[in-house]
Ligand binder design. Structure first.
Ligand code: UFG
Length: 340
């Protein structure tokens, strides 16, 4: 089938994608510097799939180490899925250089190393953040990108541009950017999931930690938006569904089915849920208590966004399938497992 390098493969989306790749028959080598993840994830992936992936620990923003890795594995790697990146929106505002150096620098090193070692295919982890607050919903791939709200968001936009330009210059390199909407959930085995360090920024880890009693109550950031219940709307996509999109993107590249050597796709469910709808779905599916209060808006939040997924449905033959209740139940199972 082939061997896939997964950078950031011990992270949230990375680890679930490694599982899906292995279950689809691919071999996987993970590169991760464990800056925001734990080595145990590698063994837990092995517990799920019956095969522990190869693992190397180094920093992809180090050019020398990245080139040396690719040259050492010359002829062995068929494609790269690049997840490794810093991802805290707020932190990126106070540490922009760290974000650009890490997120943009790593991509440049990887593209250079791919060329030198003859690896031709890249799938990149992008985000719906590139659309900002769109005028028209749902967003399609032809919805214009907007200037990013944060350095983190800008690294996604800039990296898309770098891949587009590099694929334009180097016709034998193929790239696919997947623009994720809001990934949530955990593997149904509860062996891997999302492990935010400190106080979670994102809604679902905050919800599960509150239900587990780690946080006193959830703060809902604003109920005065122009939405039916006043709370913001997002397209929450199950992490296992999202991971499967990477497998089909890899197959598309390896089978030469891509229509141009740089493509990008929205990866969401096509359905928008408000914060309150998500909170209610969590309570209904888990039966867990979830105290919350409404507070003021969070700076930089957009009002509403959800995906038009026809392109991914038709071109990749991919569609989100996991019902939201099941996704939230898996997130809850994972939280309880983490709390012992
Ligand atoms: N929210 C709360 N309370 C919380 C946390 C979040 O009410 O404690 C709300 C937010 O206001 C927002 C929704 O829940 O309306 C979702 O918030 P998240 O932080 O989970 O997700 P975002 O949509 O803000 O962030 C996502 C990705 C980022 C990306 C960003 C770009 O997680 O990586 O979209 O818009 F940069």
């Amino acid at each position: 089938m082939g061997k896939i390098l997964v950078t950031g493969g011990t992270g949230f989306i990375g680890s679930h994608t490694v599982v899906e790749l292995q279950e689809a028959g691919f071999e996987v080598i993970i590169v991760d510097n464990l800056s925001n993840s734990k080595i145990e994830v590698v063994d837990n992936i092995g517990r799920i799939t019956g095969k522990t992936p190869e693992f190397e620990n180094f920093d992809l923003s180090n050019r020398g180490e990245t080139l040396s890795f690719f040259l050492r594995h010359r002829g062995e790697i068929d494609a790269v899925i690049h997840f490794a990146a810093f991802k805290a929106v707020g932190e990126s505002v106070s540490k922009p250089l760290e974000y650009y150096r890490n997120n943009v620098g790593s991509l440049i090193n990887i593209l250079e190393a791919m060329k030198l070692s003859g690896v031709k295919h890249l799938v990149f982890s992008s985000s719906c953040t590139v659309y900002g607050q769109p005028d028209k919903l749902p967003v399609t791939e032809s919805t214009p990108r907007r200037p990013a709200e944060s350095p983190y968001g800008n690294t996604k936009s800039v990296n898309e541009d770098i891949i587009r330009d590099y694929c334009h210059a180097e016709k034998d390199i193929n790239g696919i950017a997947l623009r994720y909407f809001n990934p949530i959930g955990a593997h149904p085995s509860a062996l891997i999931g999302e492990s935010p360090v400190g106080i979670p920024n994102n809604l679902v880890p905050y919800i599960t930690q509150t239900a587990a009693g780690v946080r006193k109550e959830l703060s809902i950031f604003g109920n005065d938006y122009d939405t039916p219940d006043g709370t913001p709307i997002r397209d929450y996509i199950d992490v296992c569904d999202l991971s499967k999109a990477h497998v089909v993107a890899i197959r598309r590249l390896l089978d030469g089915k891509n229509k141009s050597n740089y493509e990008f796709f929205n990866i969401g469910t096509g359905r928008g849920l408000s914060v309150l709808e998500l909170v209610n779905a969590f309570k209904k599916s888990t039966g867990a208590p979830l105290p919350y209060k409404i507070v003021g808006r969070r700076a930089g939040d957009i009002e509403k966004i959800w995906a038009e997924t026809t392109l991914a449905n038709n071109e990749l033959g991919w569609k989100a399938t996991v019902p939201i209740e099941e996704t939230l139940l898996n997130a809850w199972k994972w939280e309880k497992k983490c709390r012992g």
